[in-house]
Design a binder for this molecule. Structure first.
Ligand SMILES: Cc1ncc(COP(=O)(O)O)c(C=O)c1O
Length: 437
């Protein structure tokens, strides 16, 4: 594997196509994957791993689900890309609207980054305002205006932002702490008629999983409406994963529905079933500002690609109530196993969930109280996570190679896969205890 990584580094910066894959924060050499099936990954040397990354979210049904693969094969046989409207994209848009009825219209793009970038442009076009508010630790892709204090790979690398973003662009984004209503109120009071939009992960999972406090999302809706700013729910990660209608749907399905609709959603990952597909969706009054109807320009040669929409349709068709129930159950079983193993080994930690997503935060600070924002999450003990990660990997379980990421399970994680994860936990817990003693 080291040879292959050296070879990759000669042709690809850092040897990877996306930074977190490089194992920078856990150390060691990344595992190169040859193929995957159901809950399992196989590396180029033939080793098998139970996967807890799920391609960072898309693999809700497990890898290479036969019906999804067949749908893509059938679409491929009809042509790879037409640059023209297709029935398939109309059907996928209808499926999204059926699940998230507060989204009137849907525009397809190829990545989550494009979706959030377009959502900001739409918000600025709709309001004629310039400023964007985001929360520290939320990750909304890698467009210039959204990299300030971003989570995910930016957090993993310990960066405040990115070189190459001009000060003028950075100054258009106001960053405030998550779960902090007072900070948001103060921001709106300071710039009452300059904020185009507030963008949030309604349940952040890129600073580790940090759920919203009860009523927080409702307050976001009320304050944005009061000040005439748009509310954007970036559900690229949570959409169609934590519930059939994403985090918005999960909150709505609770005993006390807490959340009115945001103006715009962004979706990605599960909606493309593992193919490059993402979407902006929302109220018709805003979405119809997009070209060709309106003055906000957005376009893409491969947008709504027929293979990607085929994978998305097959995935959403198969992602029924039982799939979500199963993923919830697997997640709960593994969370219990983690807590038991780490507690038994005397390792301070906290398993912090939001829906079926969770992060294991290590360290005394995590054990003392839940992390509610990025500043708190940055107290995670990265050394313990690295020890845990490598012990699990050696035992045949592939975890996210960063303590700031969520664990993802799938409908294909059967009893055998879950048992293998549970069996690996006590040894991994002892490995962490050994490095912290
Ligand atoms: C919440 C959120 N928004 C946006 C993105 C960016 O999506 P992509 O990596 O497809 O550009 C991600 C990716 O992890 C994400 O988690």
């Amino acid at each position: 594997m080291a040879d292959l990584f050296d070879r990759a580094c000669r042709s690809i910066p850092g040897g990877v196509s996306s930074p977190v894959r490089a194992f920078g924060s856990v150390g060691g050499t990344p595992v190169f994957i040859d193929h995957a099936s159901g809950p399992l990954l196989y590396d180029t040397e033939g080793r098998e791993y139970v996967d807890a990354v799920g391609s960072w979210g898309p693999a809700l049904l497990g890898h290479a689900h036969p019906e999804v693969v067949a749908a893509v094969q059938q679409a491929a046989a009809k042509g790879l890309s037409f640059g023209a409207p297709t029935l398939g994209e109309v059907e996928l848009a209808e499926m999204i609207r059926e699940r998230v009825p507060v989204a009137d219209k849907v525009r397809f793009v190829s990545t989550g980054t494009e979706a959030t970038m377009t959502a900001l442009r739409l918000a600025r076009g709709a309001t004629g305002r310039s400023l964007i508010v985001k929360f520290a630790g939320c990750y909304h892709g890698h467009s210039d205006g959204l990299l300030s204090q971003a989570g995910s790979g930016v957090a993993t690398a310990g960066l405040p932002g990115s070189a190459g973003v001009t000060p003028e662009t950075a100054a258009q984004t106001i960053v405030i702490p998550f779960n902090d209503v007072a900070a948001l109120e103060a921001t709106f009071r300071r710039f009452p008629d300059q904020i185009a939009a507030l963008i949030t992960e309604p349940a952040p999972a890129n600073m580790g999983v940090v759920p919203p406090l009860p009523g927080f999302n409702r307050t976001l809706r009320e304050l944005t409406a009061q000040y005439g700013a748009l509310l954007i729910f970036d559900e690229v990660l949570t959409g169609f994963r934590v519930h059939r209608a994403g985090w918005w749907g999960l909150e709505q399905s609770g005993a006390e529905p807490t959340m009115a609709a945001p103006d715009l959603f962004t979706f990605g990952k599960v909606v493309g079933g593992g193919m490059p597909l993402a979407a902006i969706a929302g109220k018709a009054a805003v979405m119809d500002l997009l070209a060709p109807l309106g003055p906000v320009y957005q376009a893409g040669t491969l947008s709504g690609n027929p293979l990607a929409t085929a994978a998305g349709r097959a995935t959403l068709r198969l992602a029924d109530t039982e799939v979500y129930r199963h993923v919830d159950e697997v997640s709960a079983t593994i969370q219990t196993g983690i807590t038991d193993a780490l507690s038994h080994a005397g390792v301070p930690h906290r398993v912090q969930p939001a829906g079926s997503l969770f992060t294991v935060f290590f360290g005394e600070a995590a054990a003392a109280a839940p992390f509610q924002n990025y500043a708190q999450a940055q107290q995670l003990d990265a050394r313990s996570y690295a020890a845990f990660f490598h012990a699990m990997l050696a035992a045949g379980v592939a975890l996210p190679p960063s303590g700031y990421e969520a664990w993802f399970f799938s409908a294909a994680h059967d009893d055998a896969a879950v048992s293998r994860v549970l069996a690996a936990l006590p040894g991994a817990a002892e490995s962490v205890a050994a490095v912290t003693r």
